[in-house]
Design a protein. Structure first.
Length: 410
């Protein structure tokens, strides 16, 4: 039977992956992620937009966060928590008290391999380093983002272990999510009863990255398509996720929605919940054509649902195409240049350059922002400098278009 065959293959593949991780001494998926990066004086200065001499001078102050030292007493730098404390100490934390709303950004494209999850992680970690509080909602049943951000603790108080899919399929009334629970009575009969679900905030989990929390992908997301379709013709299935996001978005500055590689009920929900969209696209003809089909499908889909008598139109603050896996030469580079020339500000100015740093860090189940030492320092610096440019452009878009604050207010 298909079930038996798939189960056998899945178990065999899992055993292989476990053996590879053990041999390479890599982190297991259920182990907490270790944030090993050390921030040198220059790293701190670059992140805060000040000079290295300024950090050196201020670091001599009594209350300045304590650095790490090696066995010989040489100062190494600061770990991630201490780096964030430096931000606070030097009053370099962003102030969003005048922001008009939380930024809810969909990272979306229905083509696989367009770097949606990589983009989500880059933006999440980059914004966290800048002092923003970030929440990732992993809408992809493949759970790649969840895998990268293995949570350091289980759900805070979720005895029934409800997940994102459960909440999307739940009944919702009077600000309470309800579900059907089945129990077997003393006569062996299955009894169904309605039960109130915990506040959706209970499914948010902290991660080893301070300032980044996660709503993990949930196996029930596979059933969302079927479950929502059964709700009936008058059910506004496309507004389900928005209700959940409205619950969990506080106290975050940025909520990132990592999309599945399809235009399905989950992704339509994500677009209705978002107030801005990033569309990652590699500079290849087949990818660009797929992105055209994706955007055209969204236009047609939303033209239908936004005209529903009870539906509210989606008021996007911005939608931007982000070129990923970019080249510096050859036909893809020419294609990228022509695209930016013709589409203008529809495309982000900065692109995510293809780099072997990505493949090497991914092989170790980590990310470029987490690397402490890299064998080729120049290659690593080019990668990080490029990612910083992309994140800075994204941050400025949020300031201008979503939060609507100036640099003087931030």
């Amino acid at each position: 039977m298909l079930y038996d065959v798939c189960e056998d293959y899945a178990e065999a593949l899992k055993a292989f992956l476990d053996s590879v991780r053990n041999q390479a001494q890599l982190r297991q998926p259920d182990q907490p992620r270790e944030m090993k990066r050390i921030f040198t004086v220059q790293n701190v200065a670059d992140q805060l937009g000040v000079s290295g001499s300024y950090i050196t001078r201020r670091s001599k102050e009594k209350d300045f966060p304590t650095p790490l030292f090696d066995d010989s007493g040489r100062r190494l730098g600061w770990d991630y928590p201490a780096f964030l404390e430096i931000r606070k100490y030097l009053k370099r934390c962003p102030d969003l008290s005048k922001a008009v709303k939380t930024a809810i950004c969909a990272v979306a494209n229905f083509k696989g391999g367009s770097a949606k999850t990589s983009t989500t992680i880059i933006l999440a970690q980059g914004m966290a380093l800048r002092g923003y509080k970030v929440l990732i909602l992993d809408l992809d049943p493949q759970a790649s983002a969840s895998y990268q951000f293995t949570s350091k603790e289980k759900s805070k108080d979720n005895p029934l272990e409800f997940g994102l899919g459960d909440y999307m399929l739940a009944d919702y009334a009077d600000a309470i999510f309800k579900t059907q629970i089945d129990e077997v009575d003393e006569n062996g009969k299955v009894q169904l009863f309605e039960a109130d679900m915990p506040d959706p905030k209970e499914i948010t989990k902290s991660t080893q990255w301070y300032n980044i929390d996660l709503v993990e992908s949930d196996p029930m997301l596979h059933l969302v398509e079927i479950g929502l379709a059964r709700k009936g013709d008058n059910f506004l299935f496309w507004e389900v996720l928005k209700q959940i996001v409205d619950f969990v978005k506080q106290p975050y500055d940025v909520v990132l929605l990592d999309f599945p590689p399809s235009l399905n009920y989950s992704s339509i929900n994500g677009l209705f919940a978002a107030n801005c969209v990033i569309v990652p696209t590699p500079p290849e003809l087949v990818d660009l054509h797929s992105t055209y089909e994706f955007l055209d499908a969204i236009a047609q889909t939303f033209a239908y649902y936004e005209n529903h008598e009870f539906s509210k139109p989606v008021d996007l603050d911005f939608l931007k195409i982000l070129i990923t896996k970019a080249y510096t030469e050859g036909f893809p580079a020419e294609l990228e240049g022509g695209l930016k020339l013709m589409l203008g500000n529809r495309v982000m100015t900065n692109s995510v350059l293809g780099s072997k740093v990505f493949s090497n860090t991914t092989a170790a189940y980590t990310t470029p922002f987490e690397v402490h030492k890299y064998k080729d320092r120049q290659t690593y610096k080019r990668c990080i400098d490029n990612l910083d440019l992309v994140v800075t452009e994204f941050e400025n878009l949020l300031k201008e278009k979503v939060w609507r604050i100036t640099d003087d207010q931030a």
